[in-house]
Design a protein around this ligand. Structure first.
Ligand code: 5GP
Length: 140
């Protein structure tokens, strides 16, 4: 895959406000936060999207992500937060190196501040959901 800004941050070629680093992972503050304390957590493996991540790198994510969430809520005082993980241009991904956003939520978040979520729930036929479940299970 091509080099991204996050690979350059990992290599120390571009500065960041680092909050955590180990052999497999790096966490740093988002340069354009959408909420106070907005933090990015990235595996060092340069996979473009989550589905391309190795099992070892995925395990490294799982080991540190909850710990980093605890640190963000303790430092910010936020009681709620979202983990956002975008894959692909249609999913709003801008940097094609896997990353998890930790986005604290505060009382009063709303249009124009913090993370906005549209959740257009639908009611598909039961058979349609069952069919998709079988197809996904078969693809694992
Ligand atoms: P995406 O839309 O790909 O999920 O989000 C990419 C995120 O990376 C954005 O929130 C953006 O502000 C952040 N970002 C892009 N370039 C830089 C950078 O050079 N440094 C830091 N710290 N964050 C960046």
């Amino acid at each position: 895959m091509s080099d991204t800004i996050f690979s350059r941050i990992i290599r120390g070629e571009i500065p960041c406000h680092r909050v955590y680093e180990d052999a497999h992972m790096l966490a740093f503050m988002d340069i354009n936060p959408i909420a106070r304390g907005h933090t990015l957590v990235i595996p060092k493996q340069p996979a473009p999207t989550l589905d391309a991540l190795s099992d070892d790198a995925a395990a490294a994510v799982g080991r540190v992500l909850p710990r980093l969430c605890r640190a963000v809520i303790q430092a910010t005082g936020a009681r709620s937060y979202n983990i956002l993980q975008n894959n692909g241009a249609a999913a709003h991904q801008a940097v094609f190196h896997v990353h998890f956003h930790i986005i604290p939520r505060y009382a009063g978040d709303g249009p124009g501040s913090g993370l906005g979520i549209v959740w257009p729930a639908t009611r598909p036929e039961a058979g349609e959901i069952a069919e998709l479940a079988m197809q996904i299970a078969a693809a694992i």
